[in-house]
Write a protein that binds this ligand. Structure first.
Ligand code: SF4
Length: 369
């Protein structure tokens, strides 16, 4: 391709004048680069930045991260979502700290074999930390390449990755792979943006196929993703004195190792409060509500969208005026629950975002009494 040299030179010139200052830019420590890249997977820079700063402050070295209790790490991760990233982060930190004596791998293949590290992250660490010639391919790079070369292959088609990766690798400046990768991502994030790209002032404009053909608005092409599966949760929030009951999600499912209130999953969410109470009572207290227990109210429905799921949840609050009888919480379905104070819950327990939203609002809009 004749325009490769044009692209490379113009992009690097643009980068010299426009690069975004961020704490991990120009960083050579593979630990910090890896940490920032894992945090930024599926996360916007503005959202990930304070998390990166908190992690670096709490765990300045990979050994500190490896030695942290998982609950503490998950709590620090709270709000970022995609918790498998945090679990992989921990596993990889332990592996490097304890089995590699704290020394980060320095080849693409060895980086790629780390838990939670895919082609993109391996290329980013390899190029930023070790100046190795591996091109990154993220959403920004897909977009810039699709537009500049006028490629109409859907970016989520199975064959797209190979096609775009080959072009990205050809474009890469072998003398400055780290800077080039950063330039591509910054250019896609701030100039050749998804909506209203900066075509009128673009340094690549004269050779850009999408600009010439008026297709910047339709490229990159993406096929419609299948609809997400819906799940419906009814949570029982038990209050006695300052305590509540929580259970850890240990199954291989969403939100593994996070804490939640006792849960009843249903096929749909009843719109009628009495139906919700009936379902909860049948499930949690088949012999009827224990003495002294009062249902305070039911929340409005909350909705959280995950990668492949949409979870809708309501929260039903049940309060004991006095300490509940012992037997209540020692038996199914409460036997794996732990009692924690509300303060402890807020400070130390990592919960799914939908629970956090509820705890912040605590609005029993459909108050029964
Ligand atoms: S001319 Fe427009 S579409 Fe082409 S690279 Fe520049 S900003 Fe992107």
């Amino acid at each position: 391709m004749n325009n490769i040299r044009f692209f490379r030179e113009r992009l690097m010139l643009w980068f010299a004048q426009n690069h975004r200052p961020l704490p991990w830019k120009g960083e050579k420590d593979p630990y910090k680069i890896w940490l920032s890249e894992i945090i930024l997977q599926q996360t916007r820079v503005e959202q990930g930045l304070p998390y990166y700063q908190r992690f670096i402050a709490r765990y300045p070295h990979i050994r500190d991260l490896a030695a942290a209790p998982e609950d503490e790490l998950l709590k620090l991760w709270e709000g970022l979502g995609y918790y498998s990233r945090a679990r992989n982060l921990h596993a990889t930190a332990k592996y490097i700290a304890f089995e590699r004596n704290g020394i980060f791998p320095d080849t693409f293949e060895a980086l790629r074999s780390l838990k939670g590290v895919g082609d993109y992250t391996a290329a980013a660490i390899a190029s930023f930390a070790f100046n190795l010639p591996y091109a990154v391919l993220d959403g920004n790079v897909f977009r810039v390449i699709a537009r500049f070369f006028g490629i109409e292959t859907p970016v989520n088609a199975p064959e797209a990755k190979k096609e775009f990766a080959a072009i990205a690798q050809q474009l890469l400046d072998p003398d400055r792979p780290g800077d080039f990768n950063q330039a591509m991502m910054d250019f896609g994030a701030t100039h050749c943006t998804p909506q209203q790209p900066g075509c009128p002032l673009c340094p690549l404009q004269t050779e850009c196929v999408a600009f010439r053909t008026g297709k910047a608005g339709v490229l990159p092409v993406k096929t419609k993703a299948p609809a997400r599966k819906e799940r419906f949760f009814i949570y029982l929030v038990i209050n006695y004195h300052e305590n509540t009951l929580l259970k850890k999600r240990v199954e291989k499912d969403i939100w593994r190792n996070l804490y939640e209130f006792p849960l009843l999953e249903t096929g749909t969410l009843p719109t009628d409060n009495q139906a919700i109470i009936r379902l909860l009572t049948e499930h949690f207290f088949p012999a009827g509500l224990p003495q002294g227990a009062v249902i305070d109210g039911i929340s409005k429905p909350y909705r959280q969208t995950l990668t492949h799921r949409v979870v809708s949840a309501v929260f039903c609050e049940l309060t004991f005026a006095e300490n509940p009888p012992e037997f209540v919480f020692n038996e199914y379905p409460f036997e794996d629950c732990i009692a924690v104070s509300k303060a402890e819950l807020k400070k130390n327990m990592a919960v799914p975002r939908i629970i956090d939203w509820y705890l912040q609002e605590r609005s029993l809009t459909l108050r029964l009494i």
